[in-house]
Design a protein around this ligand. Structure first.
Ligand SMILES: Cc1cc2nc3c(=O)[nH]c(=O)nc-3n(C[C@H](O)[C@H](O)[C@H](O)COP(=O)(O)OP(=O)(O)OC[C@H]3O[C@@H](n4cnc5c(N)ncnc54)[C@H](O)[C@@H]3O)c2cc1C
Length: 427
């Protein structure tokens, strides 16, 4: 794994970060997840007693300091930092260099990264805005095995890191830990309000904001969030699950991959699937492996219906609807990998047409009974990846009708840039 502390707009590397905290500290999980997705190598040092605290950090007692503590290679420490504090300390949080861009891309998952590589290599003044870690959903995958060119598979974060380096090499400006929250289209420009109060202006934009996991919606879920209950495939946690019982909820490829990854560390992995088969939702290569791995069990027609624990998760209650029975499993690790909701809140007060689930509608899908929406303002029809606002494109999982795959997101990102050129040429 690479260490890259001079992120995000350079490719230089330094040595390792150390992260100290108690087991089940939710804030420590967030940091581990972020560092792991950002391909920063780190040591996780668990502190369970005052002696640990004194030996590792030189403080007399755990209560004497605010955890987690992050120690950088130069010896400086941050106490109870946020992910943003860490990124800031590493110099990853930058200000935009220009007042206006040819193209602003929102989301640095596969679609946004691919768009960024093509746009910058083709000479567009391009800014790529990402609210969390580079890589999006793909960055949370332990091993992507079906992306062309990687016969042995590649860790999602590693793939994303290569794309980041490529985009930066071509001159993309990457703004990390920034989020577009509201868009306005006027004077042939898109004006976006950012969560930090700043504004971003561009002549065109590509929305590549993807999707995120749906919640379980159990009443006490928030209490256990990142204290035993985790959203996502938990790549950063796998090595801590050695000899443990791990539960994974979901029947899709992301859940399947997570199950196989955990099976290398855990004593037992239980996959909880709402449907009665995996065939409709999971690739065949994963089904074969799951069914042939001794320490993996699959519960069909089952759902998590209860969470129990003091402080952190200790037990999960599962209802089996085929037998109408309830079973309780002792575990400290529950990973939720169920389908997603599109990140399109920012579009809600605009002329951008979304479908009932919130996905962005593009191209000929905008036609209803042969008619384009009344808000469409040009004589020509929208391009394939163009939304109902001219010059505003969508690529990847966030787009209505998209194939939820890395390769298709990458393809759409590249294709969207072709339409950006066409739009800029005609305006
Ligand atoms: C665990 C897992 C394993 C997977 N494995 C595979 C696999 O093996 N093969 C395969 O083909 N596919 C796989 N997939 C699916 C694949 O990862 C997705 O289809 C792909 O990542 C979609 O890319 P995207 O760029 O469209 O969106 P995403 O990857 O969802 O990226 C969207 C990005 O936009 C950011 N964002 C959202 N809103 C905003 C905003 N307002 N401002 C700024 N940034 C914002 C998000 O933080 C995110 O980084 C997997 C998915 C998961 C979760």
């Amino acid at each position: 794994m690479m260490t890259k502390l001079n992120y995000p707009n350079s490719a230089k590397h330094q040595s390792q970060v150390r992260l100290y905290g108690q087991p089940n500290l939710a804030e420590a999980y967030e940091i581990r997840d972020f560092l792991n997705r950002s391909v920063v190598e780190f040591d996780w040092v668990e502190l369970t007693s005052d002696e640990d605290c004194h030996r590792e950090l030189g403080f007399a007692a755990l209560n004497d300091l605010r955890l987690p503590v992050v120690e950088f290679p130069d010896g400086t420490r941050l106490f109870a930092p946020t992910v943003r504090d860490i990124a800031q300390r590493l110099g990853w949080v930058a200000q935009p260099r220009f007042k206006e861009y040819d193209l602003s891309i929102y989301g640095a998952g596969p679609a946004g990264l691919s768009a960024a590589v093509y746009a910058a290599s083709e000479g567009l003044r391009t800014v790529l805005i990402e609210r969390q870690a580079v890589g999006g959903q793909a960055g949370t995958s332990s091993l992507i095995e079906n992306y062309m060119g990687f016969p042995e598979g590649i860790r999602g974060a590693e793939l994303a890191e290569r794309a980041r380096q490529q985009a930066v090499k071509f001159g993309v400006e990457l703004l990390l830990l920034r989020e577009g929250i509201k868009a306005e289209f006027r004077n042939n420009r898109i004006y976006v309000d950012m969560a930090d109060g700043s504004k971003m202006i561009a002549r065109t934009n590509i929305c590549a904001t993807g999707v995120e996991y749906r919640r379980l919606n159990l009443p006490n879920e928030d209490r256990f969030l990142n204290r035993g209950l985790f959203y996502g495939a938990g790549v950063s946690e796998a090595s801590m699950c050695r000899n443990q019982q791990v539960l994974v909820v979901g029947g899709g490829n992301s859940a399947g991959q997570a199950v196989m990854h955990f099976s290398q560390y855990a004593k037992q992995v239980t996959m909880i699937v709402r449907g009665s088969t995996l065939a409709a939702t999971l690739s065949k290569y994963l089904i074969d492996r799951i069914l042939n791995t001794a320490n993996v069990e699959v519960l069909f027609n089952a759902q998590v219906t209860g969470l129990v624990g003091e402080g952190s998760l200790q037990q999960v209650e599962i209802t089996d609807y085929s037998e109408n029975s309830v079973r309780t499993i002792n575990t400290q690790y529950l990973f939720i990998c169920i389908g997603g909701v599109p990140n399109t809140e920012w579009a809600k007060d605009t002329n951008i047409v979304r479908d009932e689930a919130g996905y962005l509608i593009t191209g000929s899908d905008l036609l209803k009974n042969g008619q384009l929406p009344a808000c469409w303002s040009l004589d020509r029809d929208p391009y394939f990846l163009e939304t109902s606002v001219p010059g505003s494109f969508a690529a990847g999982d966030v787009r209505h009708g998209s194939t939820k795959r890395v390769a298709s997101a990458v393809g759409e990102g590249a294709m969207a840039v072709t339409f950006v050129h066409k739009f800029l040429a005609e305006s």
